[in-house]
Write a protein that binds this ligand. Structure first.
Ligand code: AMP
Length: 273
């Protein structure tokens, strides 16, 4: 596995490779969720590139940038054992200069839900993803449905900027008890971890209600909120794939989303129907 620490090093490494490139951008502290994306990229492409970069521009003041988990040695091993060809591991100065041009998230869909709770977050996400996609120039890039709004906005950016890259959405990987894997789960104490199960439990309830024929968003949300109580819920909402709010679930075009704080840890989860 080649480790590249700058755009130039990455491009030099890619010059020696042939065929399609599968790309998995991450912020490290790799878990089985990331591993699933890497495995899919491995299966579907001749060459696999993974990036590990804790992107400062997507963290707001007061968020967990400085304490975001960093596991360099373990992450390198996981990538190597997963058959990654090139690991892109830049520092901040290799990615950003002074007073740069940035990508702006769309006015509506970039500033609801995650964008409302974290204004400016998606400008940072889209800017770094644009940089990464331009450095790697992948055939396919893999993103998790767990970050549904991020996935939707990246898909939209690639479309709006006429970028010839296939965005591949990947299902959320969960622990056996339902908790969605996340690098931030390490912040949870054992009792908080128990509480965190309420997020996936509320989504299971939503799925059950829809399967039983109740597609009314207001009733589904009320039922989810009763399961989530007494967590500090930021939002429970039902949107279509384009992130327009829905009064009724439309099977095949619906995402039910939840964001809540468990202790000081902010968790998100969702289910696609
Ligand atoms: P992150 O390192 O948290 O920025 O995540 C990197 C990529 O992995 C993103 O596309 C995430 O959506 C995806 N991802 C994170 N957690 C999971 C999970 N539990 N299942 C599937 N994909 C995930």
């Amino acid at each position: 596995m080649i480790i590249a620490r700058s755009a130039q090093e990455l491009q030099d490494a890619l010059q020696t490779m042939r065929g399609s490139i599968g790309f998995v951008p991450t912020m490290g502290a790799l878990h089985i969720g990331h591993r699933t994306l890497i495995d899919a990229a491995r299966k579907e492409n001749e060459c696999v590139v993974v990036s590990i970069f804790v992107n400062p521009t997507q963290f707001l003041a007061g968020e967990d940038l400085s304490k975001y988990p960093r596991r360099e040695e373990a992450d390198f091993k996981i990538c190597e054992l997963s058959g990654v060809d090139v690991l892109f591991y830049p520092d901040v100065s290799a990615m950003y200069g002074e007073d740069e041009v940035r990508i702006c998230a769309p006015d509506v869909r970039g500033f609801i839900l995650e964008g409302a709770s974290r204004p400016g977050h998606f400008d940072g996400v889209l800017t770094v993803v644009m940089k990464l996609l331009n450095i790697v120039r992948p055939t396919r890039a893999y993103f998790g449905k767990k970050d549904a709004q991020q996935l939707s906005l990246i898909t939209q950016m690639v479309h709006n900027f006429f970028m010839n890259i296939e965005i591949v959405p990947m299902d959320t990987v969960r622990e056996s008890d339902g908790l969605a894997l996340s690098s931030r789960n390490v912040y949870l104490s054992p009792s908080e971890r128990e509480e965190a199960l309420k997020l996936s439990a509320s989504l299971k309830r939503a799925t059950k209600m829809v399967m039983q024929g109740n597609t009314k968003s207001s009733e589904i949300k009320a039922s989810m909120e009763s399961i989530l109580s007494p967590l500090d819920v930021e939002y429970v909402t039902i949107v279509n794939r384009s992130f327009r709010f829905l009064d009724e679930v439309v099977i095949g075009d619906t995402i039910v989303l939840v964001a809540a704080r468990v202790g000081t840890t902010r968790l998100i989860d969702n289910v696609w129907m």
